[in-house]
Design a protein. Structure first.
Length: 370
C-alpha cells in the first residue's frame, strides 16, 4: 500500500551531515568524520530515499526548519541573526532542489504535479527508480524576514508554513511557551500575504492562542502536518478537541505523529518546553506502539465523523530517530503496519487507503495551485 508522510524534516540531514541517497544501513553505519559531532546518532536514522521507496512512501511534506535564537526559545544552537536564519533556510531549500535535479525527488508545486506523480506510483510494479514526491513546507517562519518576502519563498516552491515551532518565533508563539501567547506584530500581515498567494497554513507546533487568532485572520486552506490529540495525551504540544474541530471544519487533514513524547500516556507532568536531556528516561519506546498512534487517528475520525481528515504525519527523524518512535517502528517502512492494525480493527479498505495516502493526495490536489 502507498504512503504519504505528512511530516518529514528531511533537510535536517544538512546539519547532521547524512547522505540520504544511500540505503538506510549505509546511512546508519556511516563512519565518523574528523571534527564531526552530529547531535543525533546516525544509527537511529529512520529514513533515506531508498528506504522510502522500499516502504512505498510515494511523497512527503518535507520541511525547512530554522529556529532563530531569541529569549524564551528552548531549541539550542539557533542562528544569531536574521541574515543567518535566511541563509540556513535557503540552504535547506537548495538541498531539496538538488535532489530534484539529480532525479531522486520531484517537487510537487501544483495540483497537476500531484496527480501525475501519484499516477506514476500507483501504476508502478516496483518503486526503485521512481522519484519521491516533495511538498515543501516551513516549520516556524523565522527564515521569512518580513511578510512580503514570502512571495520569494513561494516562487522557490514553498507551499506550506507554520507560524511557530518551539517557543517564540518571528511571527507568533510556538509550543513550549504555555498557551497564552498569540501572534506577534507581523503575524497578521504574513497571513494576509499567504492568503494572496493561496498558500497553506500548518497549525502544528503553534500555541493555542496563536492558532485561534490565525484561524480568525487567515481565510485559506489549513492542515496539521504532525499533530496528536490532547484528549488522549495531555500536554500543550497536542491539540485540543475544539481546535481540532475548527481545523477539520476548514477542511484540514491531521497527520498523526510518531513521537513518543506525544504518545506516552503514563507521564503525569506536561514536559512542554522542558523535555529532559535524555528523553528515554521518560518517554520510553517500549511503552508506545503503533496501536497508540492508531488511537489518535481514530479520535480524529470520531471528531470528524468520517475517515477523510486523518493521516500519517510521522515527524520522521525530527523526533530524534528510532529511539523516539514507537517500539514497533524501526524505519519509515514500518508505517505500513498502520494499515494492518486498522484492518484488524475492522476498517474498510477504502478508509485505510484514505489514512495511508489518499487524504493527503486529495488535500494537495485541491489546495495546491492548478
Amino acid at each position: 500500500m502507498l504512503i504519504i508522510d505528512g511530516d518529514y524534516p528531511m533537510a535536517l540531514a544538512v546539519r547532521m551531515n547524512r547522505d540520504l541517497t544511500l540505503p538506510i544501513d549505509q546511512v546508519r553505519s556511516a563512519p565518523d568524520l574528523p571534527g564531526g559531532r552530529p547531535d543525533r546518532a546516525d544509527a537511529e536514522t529512520m529514513a533515506s530515499l531508498p528506504e522510502m521507496r522500499r516502504g512505498g512512501v510515494a511523497a512527503a511534506l518535507v520541511k525547512v526548519v530554522v529556529d532563530q535564537h531569541r529569549d524564551g526559545a528552548p531549541m539550542p544552537g539557533g542562528p544569531r541573526s536574521d541574515e543567518l536564519s535566511y541563509a540556513l533556510g535557503q540552504g535547506q531549500m537548495a538541498y531539496y532542489r538538488i535532489l530534484e535535479t539529480r532525479g531522486e525527488a520531484r517537487i510537487l508545486r501544483t495540483s497537476s504535479d500531484v496527480r501525475d506523480h501519484m499516477r506514476q506510483w500507483e501504476s508502478a510494479e516496483f518503486y526503485d527508480d521512481l522519484p519521491v514526491g516533495f511538498f515543501l513546507g516551513m516549520e516556524g517562519a523565522d527564515p521569512i524576514l518580513w511578510p512580503a518576502q514570502v512571495h520569494e519563498w513561494y516562487a522557490d516552491g514553498l507551499r506550506v508554513i507554520s507560524l511557530g515551532h518551539y517557543g517564540p518565533s518571528r511571527y507568533g508563539h510556538g509550543t513550549g511557551t504555555g498557551t497564552e501567547g498569540g501572534l506577534f506584530d507581523g503575524g497578521p500581515e504574513l497571513l494576509r500575504e499567504m492568503d494572496t498567494l493561496g498558500m497553506i497554513l500548518d497549525v502544528t507546533h503553534t500555541s493555542d492562542e496563536t492558532v485561534r487568532q490565525a484561524l480568525d485572520i487567515f481565510t485559506g486552506p489549513v492542515l496539521a502536518s504532525h499533530q496528536n490529540c490532547r484528549a488522549l495525551v495531555p500536554g500543550e504540544r497536542q491539540m485540543s478537541d475544539d481546535l481540532l474541530k475548527r481545523s477539520i471544519e476548514r477542511g484540514a487533514v491531521i497527520g498523526a505523529s510518531m513521537d513518543t513524547w506525544m504518545l506516552t500516556r503514563n507521564v503525569e507532568k506536561d514536559w512542554s518546553g522542558q523535555t529532559p536531556q535524555k528523553r528515554t528516561d521518560l518517554f520510553k519506546p517500549e511503552d508506545v506502539t503503533l496501536e497508540d498512534v492508531v488511537d489518535h487517528i481514530e479520535h480524529v475520525c470520531e471528531l470528524a465523523g468520517d475517515a477523510l481528515h486523518a493521516a500519517i504525519g510521522g515527524d520522521t527523524d525530527g523526533q530524534g530517530g528510532a529511539v523516539g518512535a514507537p517500539h514497533d517502528v524501526d524505519t519509515v517502512a514500518d508505517y505500513q503496519k498502520i494499515a494492518v492494525i486498522l484492518g484488524e480493527r475492522g476498517w474498510e479498505t477504502a478508509d485505510i487507503e484514505n489514512v495511508m495516502w489518499r487524504n493527503w493526495q486529495r488535500y494537495f490536489e485541491e489546495f495546491l495551485p492548478s
